[in-house]
Ligand binder design. Structure first.
Ligand code: ZN
Length: 54
């Protein structure tokens, strides 16, 4: 499991937790998130996210 950080606002998408408020269940790999998903905080699209070193 990895975490991805939004390069625009710093929001962190953690694959362990997903984004259940927006229909992404816990354990969803970032690559498997629909392209329609956007950053819940700043609405940036997926390409603005960068994989976070853990
Ligand atoms: Zn963002």
């Amino acid at each position: 499991m990895a975490a991805w950080v939004c390069t625009k606002c710093g929001y962190v998408y953690d694959e362990r937790f997903g984004d259940p408020e927006h229909g992404i269940i816990a354990g969803t790999l970032f690559e498997k998130i629909p392209d329609t998903w956007v950053c819940p905080r700043c609405k940036a699209a997926k390409p603005f996210f960068a994989k976070k070193k853990v």
